[in-house]
Design a protein around this ligand. Structure first.
Ligand SMILES: Cc1cc2nc3c(=O)[nH]c(=O)nc-3n(C[C@H](O)[C@H](O)[C@H](O)COP(=O)(O)O)c2cc1C
Length: 329
């Protein structure tokens, strides 16, 4: 079931926002196409942003436990409704600060807005929409704008019927886009996991760590490596090849260029140019190595992306049988 977070942005004493968010939550609770959770910024006191690295770079690894708790609230949601007032023609600082603490948690999700103020809080939402691009958040056009004169009697919230209709419409769009973006989020996560696995090969070769390399392959991997025989079946056969590389080179490094990753369901394929270089064990001289064409085929097995097939090759002149070892990507 899709999960939509309703974020209450105002943290002011005597705020009107509590009643507005309650109205949104009660309306949303009548729906059967998603579940909704009220997220009150008052429950997530954050410092003014003080971390050295922006969340764009930390990518979910937060040292500050208040930020980690905030991330753990936001990350599981598939989409959001932000309930925001307008202060001095702008969004509340509490909301901007809370948004800036995170990054990947917002990516590839949908968001809709309920705003309120003298003029409906529209300038606050206009600013929020500017942030959506960089946050990779898809903002739906349907919007609820509540005015102090039309939708409140003094401080009591009395929304007009037309705004109830606007709320239903906006929720429709947020739910629909949240569902549509689910496959983008899954593919994005899978690609990061696969890229991390391939980094595991690069690191494992640099560290000459056969155990680390073993973790990258499925037990029954079929490898069409550059060396004989035609195929190496099973992870032990594949690791024998890496062990051989470690006897040829006293120190090794593996460079990859132009890595592409394509994910479809539980299967993925990747290609890159790869080169192993290092110090030759026999002579102590440095060898630049040769660029090979590398293909990695992954399957998700019990939640882990593992290489089930790989291929490393160099172009060959079919008439002379000469292998081209001097080509550069
Ligand atoms: C500091 C401050 C600035 C405000 N500036 C605006 C404004 O620029 N435009 C507007 O429509 N309302 C403005 N208002 C009125 C708010 O819309 C109104 O007080 C609303 O109830 C604020 O939301 P809250 O009670 O949930 O905090 C401002 C209120 C405050 C406290």
């Amino acid at each position: 079931m899709l999960r939509i977070g309703i974020i209450l942005a105002s943290v002011r004493d005597g705020r009107r926002g509590g009643q507005v968010a309650q109205w949104v939550a009660e309306t949303a609770a009548r729906r059967t196409d998603a579940e909704f959770a009220l997220i009150d910024l008052l429950d997530h006191p954050l410092p003014h942003l003080e971390t050295e690295k922006p969340a764009l770079l930390t990518r979910g690894a937060y040292e500050d436990e208040r930020t980690a708790a905030w991330a753990a609230t936001i990350a599981p949601c598939d989409g959001y409704v932000i309930v925001t007032p307008e202060y001095n023609h702008s969004m509340p600082g509490s909301l901007k600060n809370a948004i800036d603490h995170l990054y990947v948690e917002w990516n590839d999700k949908a968001v809709g807005f309920v705003s309120y103020g003298v003029d409906g809080g529209v300038r606050s939402v206009a600013q929020l929409r500017q942030l959506c691009g960089v946050l990779q958040l898809a903002d739906v056009a349907a919007q609820v704008s509540l005015t102090l004169a039309g939708d409140f009697e003094q401080s009591a919230f009395t929304p007009r019927a037309s705004n109830a209709n606007s709320l239903d419409l906006m929720l429709d769009h947020v739910v629909r886009w949240s569902g549509a973006l689910a496959s983008v989020r899954t593919a994005g996560r899978a690609e990061s996991e696969i890229r991390a696995r391939i980094s595991g090969i690069v690191d494992g070769i640099g560290a000459r760590d056969l155990d680390a390399l073993r973790r990258v392959y499925a037990p029954d991997v079929v490898s069409f490596d550059v060396e004989s025989p035609l195929q190496h079946v099973g992870v032990d056969a594949k690791l024998k090849n890496w062990a051989k590389v470690f006897t040829v080179f006293a120190a090794t490094s593996y460079e990859l260029r132009d890595l592409t990753v394509e994910v479809g369901g539980d299967i993925a394929f990747c290609h890159a140019f790869g080169r192993i270089s290092g110090t030759l064990a026999a002579t102590g001289e440095h060898a630049d190595g040769m660029w090979v064409r590398a293909t990695f085929c992954f399957r998700r097995i019990d939640g882990d992306w593992l290489i089930v097939h790989d291929q490393a090759s160099m172009p060959v002149d079919v008439v002379s049988g000469r292998v081209a070892t001097d080509l550069e990507p």
